[in-house]
Design a protein around this ligand. Structure first.
Ligand code: ADP
Length: 457
């Protein structure tokens, strides 16, 4: 390819020497001197600088020299504008990409130690409008005490990941707590690194952070669960040991195994062993769910028979409550055939009934209900209604979560916070739904729908 680097200078368009380059239009317009300088910046052609004169000029004359001198600056200015536009384009493209990331990203300029860029995720994680994030000075950030360590102690300015990034350090996986303007707290997992030029000059720092509030609260609940679980397991073991020692003492004193005292100790051992077995089975179920290995064995069976059995067996143990079975539009000798895992359906209702008993006062009534779902004869609606302590409205969306327990003033109500989570999983595996309606101090009704026949092969 032909590259013209030298200026094209025509000293006099009217002279006979210029006849080869003579343009009839230029000549007719009275132009005599003509200069065209290609504008090159490094290897990039930026355009030309063309000038015409009414007088003849000289190739080494001051006009040409001035133009050549200017042309270098003009080429540099044009290149700068072109590169600037390209960088702007690149930034705009980068912003579009960064705005799609789930992680929050902040850029801080070293020159003024202010936040110069925040992506969309950081706006929503921090709960602060973009306009209030950008331009925010780091010094104010430390003063505002919105950022704290996990133990709630404020983080000094020089220890903030972004400030350490500005000092040239790379920080990864630092957990911090941020208080949003609405007062809510969010746990962040932060990493920061300096932004360096090709000559290792720090021009700023980048901070990347993830919202791990949910993960953290599950972790905390899991830890609480482990401490409650070990306590819950120890209680029946201690009781069994106690009963066994009593039994040993009676026998060594010549008591027979069928004496009233011995029989009481034996039934104590049986009762606490059953409690222990139930606890261990529930824990095993949780780990099966986590490994996606909790399977149900769906075979055709009669839901009414299962429910009747559960209520009868619970009535024996729940001597302090009145259990009532209500059927609407269903007769006692009807058969509600669907595909169920009989043991698991029993587990669902045993759990709901035990909770109803546990969270309602002695002597109160518990209602178990059954009817076809409105408009759907292939589905039944069951409910377990108690007149107990009820559930605060803000807790209702949380109670089906693994390890979630409501902090009640009554510390004697024991539990692991896994029952409802298991129940929800089991109901879902039967193609059903579960929800609760509750009023604090009035009582709760847990509803479960289960499909009939649809699983029938
Ligand atoms: P837990 O073993 O603690 O009872 P669950 O998963 O069965 O665990 O229940 C989770 C929480 O939901 C309980 O800690 C309790 O606060 C609340 N809850 C469950 N059932 C009832 C109910 N019938 N009445 C009031 N609160 C209930």
């Amino acid at each position: 390819m032909f590259h013209q680097y030298e200026p094209i200078v025509i000293e006099d368009l009217h002279s006979p020497d210029a006849s080869g380059s003579k343009s009839p239009i230029l000549a007719a317009s009275g132009v005599r001197g003509y200069v065209c300088i290609p504008l090159w910046f490094k290897d990039h052609f930026e355009g030309t600088l063309t000038t015409t004169f009414g007088e003849s000029i000289h190739v080494d004359g001051p006009e040409v020299q001035t133009l050549v001198g200017c042309s270098m600056h003009i080429a540099a200015a044009l290149a700068h504008a072109r590169l600037h536009a390209a960088i702007e384009d690149e930034h705009a493209r980068m912003r579009t990409v960064l705005d799609q990331l789930p992680e929050g990203i902040l850029l801080v300029e070293a020159a003024d130690e202010c936040i110069s860029y925040a992506n969309a995720a950081s706006v929503s994680i921090l709960g602060v409008p973009l306009i209030r994030i950008t331009g925010f000075p780091l010094s104010k950030l430390a003063q505002s005490r919105v950022i704290a360590d996990m133990d709630s102690s404020p983080i000094p300015l020089e220890d903030l990941p972004v400030v350490r990034g500005l000092r040239g350090q790379t920080i990864s996986g630092r957990e911090m707590m941020v208080t949003r303007p609405d007062g809510s707290k969010v746990v962040l997992l932060c990493s920061a690194a300096p932004l360096l030029t090709e000559y290792d000059v720090i021009t700023g720092a980048v901070v990347v952070f993830q919202d791990i509030t949910e993960r953290k609260s599950i972790e905390q609940e899991k830890n609480e669960f482990l401490s409650i679980a070990s306590h819950e397991l120890r209680t029946p073991i201690t009781a069994i040991q106690g009963f066994a020692e009593i039994l040993q003492m009676y026998l060594s004193r010549g008591d027979s195994l069928d004496s009233t005292r011995s029989l009481r100790a034996i039934s104590g051992i049986i009762e606490y062993s059953q409690r222990l077995t139930r606890l261990i089975e529930e824990m095993l179920d949780i780990s099966l769910i986590e490994k996606a290995q909790l399977l149900v064995n769906l075979v055709p069976c009669d839901l009414l028979a299962i429910l009747t059995h559960v209520i009868e067996s619970q009535s024996i143990t729940a001597k302090n409550h009145q259990l009532r079975f209500v059927m609407e539009g269903i007769e006692a000798n009807d058969r509600l055939i669907g595909c169920f895992d009989e043991d698991r359906v029993m587990q669902i209702f045993h759990n709901l009934l035990s909770n109803a008993i546990k969270y309602s006062p002695a002597g109160s009534e518990i209602e178990v209900g059954l009817r076809y779902t409105q408009d759907r004869p292939d589905e039944v609606l069951t409910w377990v209604k108690d007149r107990g302590i009820g559930i605060p409205a803000k807790e209702i969306p949380l109670i089906f979560r693994r390890f979630h327990r409501i902090n009640t003033s009554n510390r004697f109500i024991k539990g692991l916070g896994i029952g409802l989570y298991l129940v929800q999983e089991l109901v879902a595996r039967h193609g059903g739904r579960i929800w609760v309606e509750s009023t604090e101090g009035v009582g709760s009704t847990f509803y479960v729908t289960l499909p009939l026949k649809t699983y029938y092969k």
